[in-house]
Design a protein. Structure first.
Length: 320
């Protein structure tokens, strides 16, 4: 998946969150609403997260060097993992702490209509941000469900923004009901409960993001669909008799490594082996374009229990 769509969604979310954060903090300062303070910290944490995603995308474009011969594509995963940690520590834990404190010492709101107005505006802006992320994610989502897209996507930016924006909208709903109920009843406990719900929501999203990005950092292989395409491309020609074993690994969201050991006909000239490998590589790249790093090891298949290759299988010999 290209980073352009992800960057567009990130910029939309960043603009919305910065504006929302300022208005939430102003509303908190005048009203004393714990939910508004939690939501302000939430929006501030989201803004920092989007800046980190942009930084990760920029650093991932650095050229390969001697220390990092396969490039820096995984930096996008590193920064996405840092985002999940920030969302947990700054957003979730702070909101839980503030909610518990207000639950111990609840108090009515000073200017209740102000946070309600801010929350309604924030819902509109967050809805715009989520709509942008959904629109940019649809081409990569295809026929998969949204859960499958977030679970299987190799580009972390759009899933992160989608989860953040969804959590932001739900958090605004929690804050809205907490503030409105506090306004109606005069009991600040509802505001504190809304704050605690926001904290629990942020912790849950942070855990999901952490699990998914950890898997990408450890190293994931190609999807079953892409593996099937690669296998078909390798054997779709006279050069290869069969695949002995094959492994794939994502070096970054847009770059896949392929290592494969193939069985080729016996008595094959070295020049023919080289030409055959080039043909196989071309077919694989056509089938799955992000397969950019390919290592093919030619061999002759030996049946289990057979010590020596067949008598007519002189694997490679030099051309005359």
């Amino acid at each position: 998946m290209s980073t352009s769509g992800g960057n567009k969604a990130i910029f939309a979310a960043l603009g919305a969150n910065l504006g929302i954060a300022v208005t939430k903090f102003i509303a908190w300062a005048f009203s004393g609403s714990a939910s508004m303070l939690a939501e302000g910290v939430h929006s501030l944490a989201d803004s920092a997260n989007q800046l980190l995603l942009l930084l990760g995308g920029r650093r991932a474009k650095k050229a390969a060097d001697a220390e990092h011969p396969f490039g820096h594509g995984r930096e996008r995963y590193v920064y996405a993992f840092v985002v999940s940690i920030i969302l947990f520590t700054i957003g979730g834990v702070f909101s839980l702490y503030e909610g518990v404190e207000k639950l111990r010492e609840p108090h009515p709101l000073d200017i209740p209509w102000l946070p309600v107005l801010v929350l309604l505006v924030a819902m509109t802006l967050e809805g715009f941000s989520l709509r942008t992320a959904v629109r940019e994610a649809r081409p990569g989502k295809g026929s998969r469900s949204w859960f499958q897209f977030i679970r299987r996507s190799k580009a972390p930016e759009l899933p992160v923004v989608l989860l953040e924006d969804t959590a932001a909208l739900l958090g605004l709903v929690f804050a809205f009901f907490g503030v409105v109920l506090t306004w109606i009843t005069g009991n600040g406990v509802f505001d504190a409960i809304g704050t605690i719900l926001i904290g629990l929501l942020l912790v849950a999203v942070a855990v999901i993001l952490g699990i998914e990005t950890k898997s990408l950092l450890v190293g994931e292989g190609a999807s079953d669909e892409d593996v099937a395409k690669i296998r078909a491309a390798i054997v779709d020609g006279p050069e290869v008799e069969s695949i002995i074993h094959m492994k794939t690994l994502y070096l970054g969201p847009d770059e896949l490594l392929l290592g494969v050991k193939v069985s080729m006909p016996g008595r094959t000239l070295l020049s023919d082996v080289a030409a055959a490998i080039n043909q196989v590589e071309a077919r694989v790249r056509e089938a799955v374009p992000i397969t950019r790093v390919i290592y093919i090891e030619p061999d002759v298949w030996v049946r289990p229990g057979q010590i020596d290759p067949p008598t007519d299988a002189i694997v490679i010999r030099a051309a005359d």
